[in-house]
Write a protein that binds this ligand. Structure first.
Ligand code: SME
Length: 152
């Protein structure tokens, strides 16, 4: 499904009165993982700034043992400190990378800002090599802005 068609579905989820914030986050992950063919695993991590760790709050795809990631470690941990998008076309080419599954070939991590602060991120793994374009970056930035609106 195209990003243009997915946007209204995301908006419906975040506006749902009968869902908790955690349920909304999980549904967003499930929708993206189900509808974008090359999104194999989708998750939201949020930062504990005092502890300098990221914590997995919602995901779709196989469970991961990496539910807590220190700032600076892996692609996710690097984005926690860089505040910028990180697109990895080939995970094998990264030396600071935490492998969740041997089938993963590529990854994209987009920081999530609330009131200008980097409070977390959306992390997507792909079993397809080099699948991400600038369209994914713009779309996922938009998703994170929508999600930021429901976070306190
Ligand atoms: N690969 C990530 C770790 C999280 S898993 O992809 C779910 C990283 O290097 O930070």
């Amino acid at each position: 499904m195209s990003f243009k068609n997915l946007k209204p579905e995301i908006s419906v989820i975040v506006a749902s009165n009968h869902l908790s914030t955690d349920q909304k986050l999980t549904k967003v992950c499930e929708l993206l993982q189900e509808k974008v063919s090359y999104y194999t695993w989708v998750g939201f991590y949020f930062a504990n700034k005092a502890e300098k760790t990221l914590h997995l709050k919602a995901f779709a795809g196989d469970p991961t043992e990496h539910t807590v990631i220190p700032f600076g470690k892996g692609i996710c941990g690097q984005v926690a400190v860089s505040n910028t998008n990180f697109v990895v076309p080939d995970v094998k080419a990264q030396d600071n990378y935490i492998a969740c599954s041997i089938t993963v070939k590529a990854e994209i991590v987009i920081p999530l800002f609330k009131d200008g602060k980097n409070i977390g991120q959306i992390d997507i793994d792909s079993n397809t090599a080099n699948p991400f374009t600038e369209a994914d970056e713009r779309f996922l930035e938009w998703v994170n802005e929508e999600v930021a609106g429901i976070l306190s």
